[in-house]
Design a binder for this molecule. Structure first.
Ligand code: G3P
Ligand code: CA
Length: 313
């Protein structure tokens, strides 16, 4: 049995039973449920259907991954290209770019090579299930319209440096979209808090310094960037960021990481908790999430299964 499973059976489990947090003696704050790409275990990721279901499953925040179209529209899409989650190959069979892949050439249909009017023609639901045929890639504006007043927004700026190289300014587009939605100032809309996230620290710093963005900024940390979890790195992140979003395995390997970050005032939101990727040593996803929330003391987490989020209150 892994160390953390043993710990869960001990002190952490006791804390779950009393509904408390083991990180402080004060009243526990509400743990935040971020619906990862919407309720993406049950509906196609980043569709209005997935966002709507996340709201029904009482998400505190709904996540959007943001990409840009050729004509500068912000759309909710995880990959930079369209072929995994849409029927772009059928609708635009000749509009690919061929790239070298590990197993030979691969064809990519990049969102930045299409106008929004073209992207609106794509089916973003059938790949997941025929039940969702006809779901479209939403614009960020459409997502905001659906979610505002009902939950918070947790947009991720995907690959901002790449977009800059392609002549598109992702940070500026996000700032303008939030300004026009009257969401750029913290607390501007009751019931719609906004956190911004990215894997690129330079992008978050630019938001803070160039755009004077005061919204909480969360630096995502992948498994290949574990050096960012060192105390000195966390101190640097705390200069511009409000939190970190580590791959959950980083916390599992380093049980002090959450406490170390929180002592510096950083909130901690690990990703991604999914029944499809349950740790084989855990009985169920709710128990896995409870371990991170109530034993390691993270502030919230990203999950594909909002309905399985364990509430202590
Ligand atoms: O943003 C948190 C988590 O979503 C990061 O992973 O690849 O699903 O965007 P990814
Ligand atoms: Ca994301």
């Amino acid at each position: 049995m892994k160390n953390w499973a043993i710990r869960l059976q001990g002190f952490g489990l006791m804390m779950i039973l009393v509904g408390g947090s083991c990180t402080s003696g004060s009243a526990p704050s509400r743990k935040l449920l971020v619906a990862h790409r919407g309720a993406s275990a049950y509906a196609p990721e980043h569709t209005l259907a997935a966002y709507q279901l996340a709201l029904q499953q009482e998400a505190d925040f709904v996540e959007q991954d943001l990409q840009l179209t050729r004509d500068g529209a912000l759309i909710c899409l995880h990959d930079e290209s369209l072929e995994r989650t849409t029927n772009v190959e059928d609708v635009f069979p000749d509009r690919f770019i061929e790239e070298g892949g590990l197993a030979g050439p691969v064809r990519r249909w990049y969102a930045k090579d299409f106008d929004l009017s073209e992207i609106r023609r794509l089916d973003a639901g059938s790949w997941f299930s025929p039940d969702f045929a006809g779901q479209r890639i939403p614009t960020f504006e459409e997502a905001v319209k659906l979610i505002r007043g009902r939950a918070g927004l947790f947009p991720e700026l995907k690959a901002p440096q790449k977009y800059r190289g392609w002549g598109l300014d992702l940070e500026q587009a996000v700032v303008r979209a939030l300004q026009s939605a009257d969401l750029f100032e913290p607390g501007a809309q009751a019931g719609t808090p906004v956190y911004l996230q990215s894997f690129e620290a330079s992008s978050l710093k630019r938001l803070r310094e160039e755009f004077d963005c005061r919204l909480p900024l969360v630096l995502l940390i992948g498994t290949g960037d574990s050096e960012l979890t060192a105390l000195s790195s966390l101190r640097e992140i705390a200069r511009f960021g409000a939190g970190i979003g580590p791959d959950k395995s980083l916390l599992n390997r380093d049980a002090q990481l959450a406490a170390r970050a929180r002592r510096l005032g950083l909130r901690v939101f690990p990703y991604t908790f999914s029944r499809a990727r349950l740790d084989p040593e855990m009985n169920d996803l709710s128990s896995e999430m409870a371990f991170y929330l109530f034993t390691l003391g993270v502030d919230g987490l990203f999950t594909d299964n909002p309905d399985l989020f364990p509430r202590a209150d």
